[in-house]
Design a protein around this ligand. Structure first.
Ligand SMILES: Cc1cc2nc3c(=O)[nH]c(=O)nc-3n(C[C@H](O)[C@H](O)[C@H](O)COP(=O)(O)OP(=O)(O)OC[C@H]3O[C@@H](n4cnc5c(N)ncnc54)[C@H](O)[C@@H]3O)c2cc1C
Length: 470
C-alpha cells in the first residue's frame, strides 16, 4: 500500500510536490487557504495588458525546472525572454547604463571607474575567508571587489532579486554559489573559470547565463495547469489549523472559508506555506518553541505597480530587461522591469508595460503607502530615469505584506530548526522559498529534493510491508 501525504500550501513548492508525489503513486491532498492556487505566482489580464503581480519570469538554471514544465505539458506555451532583454541597466548619476556583459564592454563601460576596474586585478590574490564569524554580502564584496562593485553592481542586483540589503544578507546562506567559489577555488575569477566545467557536468546553468522564460498567458499558466492535473486532490479555501500524530498517522485539522471543519488522516505532512505562518498551526496541541523563533525571519513588504503607457510617452528605447537602482542614487523605487520588451503580448499595440518595485528592506514604508502616493512617487522617478511623460493608460497595484524571506546573517539557525523539526516529528516535511533559495527555480528544485526523500521512505515502507505479507 502506498503512503498518503497532506500538502499545506498551493504555491510553486506545494504544486510541484503534489504533481511529483501523485505521479509516483502516492495519495496527495493539497490544502490551500486562498481561493486560488499559485501563491505569489499571479498573473492578471485586462484591456490587452498582461500584468505579473508577483514573479515576472523563471530562470532555467536546472534541468529539474525544464523537466517539470515538460511533464505538466506546458512546453508548447513556454515563451523565452527576447534576446534584447539580456541587457540590464544600472542607474548611475541618474542615467541608466548597461551592465557590461563581456570583457570588452567591461573595459569601456562608464558604469565603473578606472580605479574600480584596476581593483579587480587584485581579486585572484585575496585569500579565502577563514575567520569564525559569518560575513554579510557587503563585507564579502568589499573585501574581494571593492566599494564601487558593492554600490553599483551588488546593491542594485540584491534590491532586484531579494528586495534586500547586502549589509544584512548572509553570503553563505543567501548566495551559497558565490560563497563556494571562494571556499572551493580560492576566489571569484578563479571559481568562474574552473566552476564552469563542473556546472556543465551537473547540467546546471549559472544564473547570469540561464535562459529566462514565462508562458503565453503569464506564469499563472502553471497553477492553472496544475489545478487541472490535480483535480479533486486539491482543496482551496481550506486553512490548516492544527495537526496531531496518533501512532504512525497524522491527523490534519482544517477549517474551510464556509466554517466547515474536517480531519484528514495521512502518513505524512508537507508544509509549504510561508514559514512565518507556521506559528498559526499547533503541532500535537502546542506551538513548538523553535517554531516561534522562525517568526524572526524578516519578510519585508513590497508593492508591485504594473503600469501601461502609450509608446510615445516613454523616451527610453526600453531595449533591455529593466533598470536596477543602487541605494546610493537615492531614488524612491527599487527598480523597473521593461515587461513588454521581455515578453510578447504584455501590452496592446503601440503600448508598453513597465513593472515597478517599491519598498523592500531599503524603504519598507514606501511599500505601505496608498496606491495614489505610490503611483506619484513611481511616476516622478520614471520621468527622471526613462523620460516617462503623462499619466499611465493602465495601473495595477499589488501589496505583498511579507514578500520574500531574507537569508540574513545567522540564517543557518533557522535551517537547523527546520531540520530538527523534521527529526522530532517523523513524517513532517518542509519545502519552500525559505529552504534553499528564494527564486521560483530554487523553490522547484527544493521541492523535488524533498519529494525524493518522501518517495524513498514510501518505497522502503512498501518493501517492508510486502516482505511481512510474504
Ligand atoms: C513581488 C515578488 C516578485 C518576485 N519575482 C521573482 C521573479 O521574477 N523570479 C523568481 O524566480 N522569483 C521571484 N520571486 C520569488 C518567488 O516567486 C517566490 O519565492 C516563490 O514563488 C515562493 O513559492 P512558495 O511555494 O515557497 O511560497 P508561496 O508562493 O508564498 O506559497 C505558499 C502558499 O501557502 C499557502 N498557505 C500558507 N499557510 C497555509 C495554511 N495554514 N493552510 C493552507 N494554505 C496555506 C499560501 O496561501 C500560499 O498560497 C518574487 C517574489 C515576489 C513576492
Amino acid at each position: 500500500m502506498n503512503k498518503s501525504i497532506v500538502i499545506i500550501g498551493g504555491g510553486i513548492a506545494g504544486l510541484t510536490a503534489a504533481f511529483r508525489l501523485k505521479e509516483a503513486g502516492i495519495k496527495v491532498t493539497l490544502l490551500e487557504k486562498n481561493d486560488r492556487l499559485g501563491g505569489v505566482l499571479y498573473s492578471y489580464q485586462k484591456d490587452g495588458y498582461l500584468a505579473e503581480l508577483g514573479p515576472n519570469s523563471i530562470l532555467e538554471t536546472s534541468p529539474l525546472v525544464t523537466e517539470l514544465i515538460q511533464d505538466i505539458g506546458l512546453e508548447k506555451d513556454k515563451v523565452y525572454a527576447d534576446d534584447s532583454s539580456k541587457t540590464r541597466y544600472i542607474l548611475r548619476n541618474k542615467k541608466p547604463l548597461p551592465l557590461p556583459s563581456s570583457p570588452l564592454s567591461f573595459a569601456t563601460t562608464p558604469l565603473f571607474s578606472i580605479m574600480a576596474k584596476l581593483r579587480l586585478i587584485k581579486e585572484p590574490f585575496i585569500s579565502a575567508w577563514d575567520n569564525q564569524y559569518e560575513e554579510s554580502l557587503s563585507q564579502f564584496v568589499l573585501r574581494r571587489l571593492g566599494r564601487e562593485f558593492l554600490d553599483y553592481a551588488i546593491n542594485p542586483f540584491v534590491a532586484g532579486v531579494y528586495a534586500g540589503d547586502p549589509d544584512m544578507l548572509s553570503v553563505k546562506h543567501g548566495f551559497p554559489k558565490l560563497y563556494d567559489l571562494e571556499q572551493k577555488y580560492g576566489g571569484l575569477i578563479k571559481g568562474q573559470i574552473k566552476g564552469a566545467k563542473e556546472r556543465k557536468k551537473r547540467q546546471e546553468v549559472a544564473k547570469q547565463s540561464a535562459r529566462m522564460f514565462s508562458f503565453r498567458h503569464g506564469l499563472k499558466m502553471i497553477p492553472d495547469r496544475m489545478k487541472d492535473l490535480l483535480g479533486s486532490d486539491v482543496q482551496t479555501n481550506t486553512r490548516v489549523k492544527h495537526m496531531t500524530k496518533k501512532g504512525a498517522v497524522w491527523e490534519v485539522h482544517t477549517i474551510g472559508s464556509d466554517g466547515v471543519e474536517q480531519v484528514i488522516p495521512a502518513d505524512g505532512v508537507l508544509y509549504t506555506g510561508r514559514i512565518t505562518d507556521l506559528q498559526h498551526i499547533k503541532i500535537d496541541g502546542r506551538i513548538p518553541d523553535n517554531v516561534t523563533e522562525l517568526q524572526q525571519i524578516y519578510h519585508p513588504p513590497v508593492s508591485v505597480l504594473v503600469l501601461g503607457f502609450h509608446r510615445d510617452q516613454v523616451q527610453h528605447p526600453l531595449d533591455g530587461f529593466g533598470v536596477l537602482i543602487p541605494k546610493v542614487e537615492k531614488f524612491q523605487i527599487l527598480g523597473v522591469l521593461f515587461s513588454s520588451t521581455m515578453f510578447e503580448q504584455r501590452a496592446p499595440k503601440d503600448h508598453v508595460t513597465l513593472t515597478v518595485f517599491v519598498g523592500g528592506v531599503r524603504q519598507p514604508k514606501n511599500a505601505q503607502k496608498s496606491i495614489e502616493d505610490i503611483l506619484a512617487l513611481a511616476l516622478k522617478d520614471l520621468h527622471t530615469i526613462l523620460g516617462v511623460k503623462g499619466q499611465p493608460t493602465f495601473v495595477h497595484h499589488t501589496y505583498w505584506k511579507q514578500a520574500i524571506p531574507q537569508y540574513n546573517v545567522g540564517y543557518g539557525k533557522y535551517k537547523n530548526i527546520l531540520n530538527d523539526l523534521e527529526v522530532t516529528y517523523q513524517g513532517l516535511y518542509f519545502s519552500g522559498n525559505y529552504r534553499s533559495g528564494i527564486s521560483v527555480a530554487d523553490t522547484i528544485v527544493n521541492s523535488e529534493e524533498v519529494c525524493e526523500r518522501i518517495k524513498k521512505i514510501n518505497r522502503k515502507v512498501r518493501k517492508e510491508k510486502s516482505q511481512r505479507i510474504q
